[in-house]
Design a protein around this ligand. Structure first.
Ligand SMILES: [Cu+2]
Length: 173
């Protein structure tokens, strides 16, 4: 009988654990998307503030523009807003988007020739405006035109060099 009770307790414990795991999984599969966009280098602080205002007027959108780096970080809820609407907001604010930027962790780069190999693979891709891999930070920063190339293709190009992308780019759309 005691054995049976122990068994029941174990089953109950396992059941409660799987519930917790399920909840975690759900939060990872959220609709939150992130976009980092390079904007017109002529955009000043006032323009950036105006841009953020236009962006955040969209439901489910958070935005932060930096007039120094000329990068706008947009976080949005894809169940409430589509990336097209985000891009339309830039137009509305009169700010030109030069490209989308992603940063990828790349495993295996040990020296300059490794990062050069990754850079070459990146710049060969049509739609990649700038690719900078650094073997010290183990990261590749890629600026690309999202209408010409997708982040998955960028990851594939890096992986084809033999070095591996260890995290996935935040996907737009
Ligand atoms: Cu090397």
């Amino acid at each position: 009988m005691i054995k049976f009770v122990k068994y029941l307790t174990a089953v109950a414990l396992m059941a409660s654990m799987s519930v917790v795991a399920g909840e975690e999984k759900a939060s990872q599969c959220s609709n939150t998307k992130q976009l980092t966009l390079k904007i017109d280098s002529a955009a000043c602080a006032a323009t950036c503030a105006e841009l953020d205002k236009v962006l955040t007027s969209l439901k489910g959108v958070k935005a932060e523009s930096c007039s120094q780096s000329h990068l706008t970080k947009v976080t949005y809820d894809s169940s409430k807003v589509k990336s097209d609407q985000v891009f339309a907001a830039f137009k509305k604010a009169g700010v030109k988007v030069e490209g989308q930027q992603i940063q990828l962790a790349v495993k295996g780069m040990a020296c300059n020739s490794c990062s050069t190999k990754v850079n070459k693979a990146l710049t060969k891709l049509d739609g990649v405006l700038n690719g900078a891999a650094c073997h010290q930070s183990k990261k590749a920063t890629v600026l690309f035109d999202p209408s010409k190339v997708k982040s998955e293709q960028i990851v594939a190009a890096i992986n084809s060099t033999g070095f591996k992308v260890t995290d996935n780019a935040p996907k737009a759309n």
